[in-house]
Design a protein around this ligand. Structure first.
Ligand SMILES: [Zn+2]
Length: 1000
């Protein structure tokens, strides 16, 4: 199940002897995680790492003393163009990389590379290579194959063919798709084309890798486009050779990084890589004659057009002169037509030939478009960006042999030794563990490369041993083909490719094929019984935060989305401008009709503190529970909006007041929802002291058209009001369960509140389920007050309480039951959802979160921090079944469900198939990041399917509501979701519709 059960390698205190083929002894171990190094041993057997740390040697084949040497994972280069060079003479050993400690590289970058991934990979396997190779599907080459060099959007048919080729490449083992959006034909592709293709990549679990559209004047717009492609396709995004180049744009990289960090904070998986040099390399034409600036004139036609069009000729000269001014210098890297120019700068050549540099450029491009090295970046920028935790190291070079006819960028021979040796070890510009991580664990995480990138037991034995004193790049811009120094050993799959500083003749590289999540789902999970399709993703509205402690989804147990036939209604939660909290909010009713979402009306009369849940009946009644305040208007203080007032009115430190309130139902006409609603006032017994703070439960019996509201009064009880189909009210009280010693209760009361409840109403049967907060739990000694108390770590939801009555009109509620609790381990329990099936079985899903980490670390180190998603069935007031669906954490592995109250939801189809929808976070070493929203189907025999990822374009990072049958909704095939989201720091209510289908 998604690798939830990870293999556990014991690291026991009593070390058993380890047998090994190779034992690396007493080195400084950097494991690739960025953690502080430890001095210890690494044992290798049968191509795998079998032990890391203090090893008691058993039978050992070979011991290598590593004292004073660094032992690190074999380095991974995420950005190369080796697919274009591997067949050249002497290149297969990839010695320029191996000698730097590099064991794995990604090729097919910048949109260029083999379209037939299967053929390429088989070719590499047949002819072998010195490093492990991964390949990307190259967008530019795929576009060329389908459309030639057409500068236009693809037709629908062409787009389908490109999608098919990308899909084929992904099935053949590509790890994602690369784009090169400054080079034709990539530059001809509009964002929509890229999104459509990136969706294919996302469906296979791949990465969208981009040489973005502009790395100079428009770098920010280009980053924005990459982010949008990630958001709208669902693919994770990786920006290649991240930089802001050309003198006027120095410093812009910080703004670009800030955009990326914002997107990361909002849940997008986006990373970048960088080569540690201030010069880039591409063709002289790209550097001086960007196609769009010379009116899309091709190099071959330039001379002819200039000769016949003086105005055009002047423009071209202006463009070249302007471009030349943006670089410190441009050096010719390779040239067939002008071999004497190689290694010299344009300025040097022009001076020698006594011509203008512009004329020199024209002279060269008339013959060819040689590769050049452009000194275009700021050293300050390069140093700053290399320290970012999401920036990997990459060469943007290629495997090459030393060749006197070439004068390429020194990054081919020096990137890793330069970043780790020069920048980290020598200059200390970046901590060494981070420099190593940026070239090992981080790249493995970015592409989800299984069992590589870290020194961990069970992982492939790709290892480098280097001498920190001598590990340096030797290649320079004037002598770019010097091998790096200082690597003592390189192991690939346990084989020594470099032994005591000497490279061997044998090649140990392997082809690494991506296992498409689509295929692995089909292959490994034959039990994956369905596919989740996202049919709609839309924005409902942008509500402004009320800043009164009540979020958009505070009424977690009651829903704010209902469906009546083809129409959907959402109750939004808005701020009332100019008003002080706590009663500074109001409801707004939105409708989704044929033209999308529209505001029907908002409350212009009353104010309230909390969201207003909705209910419906099958006959089409639409009711809203509201709780208008009776307290007077208080103008907002001048600093309101700048200061966060997030605590409730119960907190004495809050400057704002709640006050009395008057619960009522509003009934809207679903056919004319803009009309003034009817106000229905419950007939209470006496005068209950309702306040702004309700912990309300609002439910409907959809079939019978009856409604019930539960609303808190103090901490002693709830008042309930039942509205029957004839319009008659019945009201009553539900006393809260007896609490623990009131001294330790959060409300200092004899009774425990049951908060955020789920209420179910069916044929006058009423079920009430919620969680109760406690300051106390079994391991806390009430006398040792330093470990608990609301402002410390004590106050948590710890018991899941349940009460029910078979007939609300005639029978009192039965005694409270505790369905589950966390009194033993100090964790938190939170109800997600509930459904009363027609057979009378009540299905429940809830979560358990672990103890607060600080409390555990300080006082209870023996408690394991684990998360659990639980599912249970109640029948006639008894819990007849309970099981843990997903666990994650310190005992059971890295994946776990997120959130607690209200997070897992049910979706029930008309044939009573039950799905659990829930957010899961985490990354397993075996797989890529698994963070996302998943669905699990509960089968008729009670077994639960494997989690199936719901491929949202924009992932759900927080809570969501469904149009629950608890609110009177009919069962539907597709699930309607109302999602709380934040975009650019602003609240957004979003809607999504998901359909569960048979796998295709
Ligand atoms: Zn590139």
């Amino acid at each position: 199940m998604l690798g939830l059960t990870a293999v556990v390698f014991a690291t026991s205190a009593v070390a058993a002897p380890v047998d090994a083929d190779v034992l690396l002894r007493g080195g400084t171990i950097h494991d690739g995680s960025g953690a502080k190094p430890v001095v210890g041993d690494v044992a290798v057997r049968d191509g795998r790492i079998v032990a890391v740390g203090k090893v008691t040697p058993g039978k050992i084949g070979r011991t290598i003393q590593c004292r004073g040497l660094v032992i690190a994972p074999g380095l991974i280069d995420v950005h190369t163009h080796t697919d274009g060079t591997l067949d050249q003479p002497g290149v297969r050993p990839c010695l320029n990389y191996v000698i730097q400690g590099c064991t794995t590289m990604v090729t097919g970058n910048c949109g260029g590379g083999p379209v037939d991934v299967a053929k390429f990979l088989t070719g590499v396997e047949t002819n072998s290579a010195g490093v492990n190779l991964l390949v990307l599907a190259p967008h530019g080459s795929i576009r060329s194959k389908v459309m030639g060099s057409e500068r236009r959007a693809p037709t629908a048919e062409e787009l389908e063919r490109m999608k098919t080729l990308v899909g084929q490449a992904m099935r053949d083992g590509a790890w994602g798709m690369s784009t090169g959006l400054i080079y034709p034909p990539g530059s001809y592709a509009e964002t929509d084309e890229l999104i459509a293709l990136a969706r294919v990549v996302a469906a296979h679990g791949g990465v969208y890798v981009s040489h973005i559209r502009d790395e100079a004047d428009h770098v920010l717009k280009a980053v924005e486009e990459a982010i949008r492609i990630g958001r709208e396709s669902g693919a994770s995004v990786h920006i290649s050779h991240f930089k802001s180049m050309e003198i006027p744009n120095w410093g812009c990289i910080r703004d670009a990084a800030a955009m990326i960090e914002k997107a990361r904070a909002a849940g997008l998986k986006i990373t970048a890589d960088q080569y540690p040099y201030t010069a880039n390399s591409f063709s002289l034409v790209n550097a001086t004659l960007p196609e769009e600036q010379v009116q899309w004139c091709k190099r071959e036609e330039l001379g002819k057009r200039m000769a016949s069009d003086a105005e055009f000729a002047a423009l071209v000269r202006r463009v070249i002169a302007n471009r030349l001014g943006r670089y410190e210098k441009i050096v010719i890297a390779a040239s067939k037509k002008f071999p004497d120019y190689v290694g010299k700068s344009l300025k040097e050549i022009a001076d020698k030939e006594k011509i203008e540099t512009v004329d020199l450029v024209l002279k060269i491009v008339a013959q060819e478009a040689p590769e050049v090295v452009c000194h275009s970046m700021s050293e300050k920028d390069v140093r700053w960006a290399m320290a970012l935790p999401w920036v990997a190291t990459a060469s943007d070079g290629a495997a090459r042999a030393q060749n006197p006819a070439e004068h390429h960028h020194p990054r081919n021979f020096g990137t890793f030794a330069r970043k780790i040796g020069r920048y980290a070890i020598q200059d200390k510009a970046i901590p060494l563990p981070q420099a190593i991580r940026s070239a090992s664990g981080l790249p493995a995480d970015i592409f989800g490369i299984p069992e590589r990138g870290y020194l961990r037991p069970g992982y492939h034995a790709d290892i480098v041993v280097l001498d920190p004193a001598t590990y340096r790049d030797q290649a320079t811009f004037s002598k770019p083909q010097e091998y790096a120094t200082g690597v003592r050993y390189v192991f690939l799959g346990g084989h020594a490719a470099v032994d005591d500083g000497q490279p061997g003749a044998k090649l140990f590289g392997r082809v690494l094929r991506h296992r498409s999540t689509k295929q692995s789902r089909a292959a490994a999970d034959r039990s994956a019984p369905f596919e989740a399709r996202v049919e709609v993703e839309e924005t409902v509205c942008h509500p402004e935060a009320a800043n009164n402690g009540a979020g958009m989804f505070w009424g977690s147990g009651s829903t704010q989305i209902v469906r009546i036939g083809d129409k959907l209604f959402v109750s939004a939660f808005e701020v009332v401008p100019g008003c002080a909290p706590l009663n500074n909010a109001r409801w707004a009713l939105y409708e989704r009709g044929a033209d999308g979402w529209r505001l029907c009306q908002r409350d212009m009369k009353d104010r309230t503190r909390e969201p207003s849940p909705l209910c419906a009946s099958h006959a089409g009644r639409l009711l809203m529970s509201v709780n208008p305040t009776l307290a007077p208007w208080v103008p907002a203080p001048p600093d309101f909006g700048k200061t966060q007032y997030t605590r409730s009115g119960g907190n004495i430190s809050s400057p704002f007041k709640g006050g009395p309130a008057r619960p009522e139902f509003l009934e809207f006409d679903p056919a004319r929802p803009e009309r003034e609603p009817k106000h229905l006032l419950p007939q209470w017994n006496g005068e209950p002291k309702f306040t702004e703070h309700t912990y309300r439960g609002f439910a409907a019996d959809g079939k019978n058209g009856e409604f019930i509201l539960f609303q808190n009064v103090g901490s002693t009880h709830r008042e309930w009001a039942f509205l029957d189909k004839n319009g008659d009210w019945k009201t009553g009280q539900l006393m809260n369960p007896q609490g623990e010693d009131p001294k330790y209760a959060p409300y200092h009361d004899l009774r425990a509140r049951v908060n955020y409840p789920n209420v179910i109403l069916h044929n006058r049967e009423v079920h009430f389920i919620g969680q109760s907060p406690y300051n106390i739990w079994n391991r806390i000694d009430p006398l040792k007050t330093d470990t608990w108390g609301r402002d410390k770590w004590g106050w948590r939801m710890r018991k899941l309480h349940y009460a029910w009555t078979p007939d609300i009109k005639t029978t009192p509620f039965r005694e409270w039951m505790v369905l589950d609790d966390t009194m033993a381990d100090g964790g938190t329990v939170g109800l997600g959802d509930s459904w009363l099936a027609p057979d009378g079985r009540l299905h429940l899903v809830w979560q358990k979160e672990p103890i607060h980490p600080q409390l555990r670390d300080t006082y209870f180190p023996d408690i394991k921090r684990d998360w659990h998603l639980c599912y249970g069935i109640l029948k006639e007031g008894k819990l007849i079944a309970k099981r843990v669906v997903i666990s994650g954490g310190e005992t059971t592995g890295p994946l776990h469900p997120t959130g607690y109250i209200g997070h897992p939801r049910f979706h029930i189809t008309p044939d009573h198939t039950l799905y659990i929808l829930c957010n899961i976070v985490g990354t397993t070493p075996q797989t890529t990041a698994q963070t996302g929203t998943y669905a699990m189907r509960i089968e008729a025999d009670g077994s639960i399917s494997v989690p199936v990822r719901i491929p949202f374009a924009r992932p759900i990072t927080s809570a969501f509501f469904t149009a629950s049958p608890r609110a009177g909704n009919r069962l539907t095939e597709a699930a309607d979701l109302l999602i709380a989201d934040t975009v650019d720091g602003k609240l957004v209510a979003r809607y999504a519709r998901i359909r569960f289908c048979r796998p295709d």
